[in-house]
Design a protein around this ligand. Structure first.
Ligand code: FES
Length: 109
């Protein structure tokens, strides 16, 4: 069973914005794309950069790493442009009871 953590109210991360939270000492980036929330590891798979500080691309539902510009699909965590080739882990996120909840992915390999 995933352990859900209430991180904030949904309104705290408006559309087009992101936040970084720590869950079990793991930085997790949470993005709001047009009212839909996505959560994935905050640390880029290429080097040490914070994806929550990257530029959001709502049309492709992706984020661009602020350091070298790789884009990651927020739905799958896949790196869709170089130089990163490894994906980042996606996590579970949902809105309920007036809160925004995140759980680390229990299916992580
Ligand atoms: S650190 Fe993200 S692409 Fe290099």
């Amino acid at each position: 069973m995933p352990e859900w953590v209430r991180i904030c109210e949904p309104e705290a991360i408006p559309p087009g914005h992101a936040a970084c939270v720590e869950i079990d000492e793991r930085p997790v980036a949470v993005f709001n794309v047009g009212g839909s929330f996505y959560a994935l590891d905050d640390t880029c798979s290429h080097a040490l950069a914070s994806l929550s500080e990257g530029e959001l691309h709502p049309d492709s539902c992706s984020v661009e790493c602020p350091l070298h510009g790789s884009q990651f699909d927020l739905r799958t965590g896949d790196a869709v442009s170089l130089p990163a080739v490894e994906p980042v882990q996606v996590h579970l996120v949902e809105v309920r009871d007036g809160g925004l909840w995140v759980a680390l992915n229990p299916e992580e390999p």
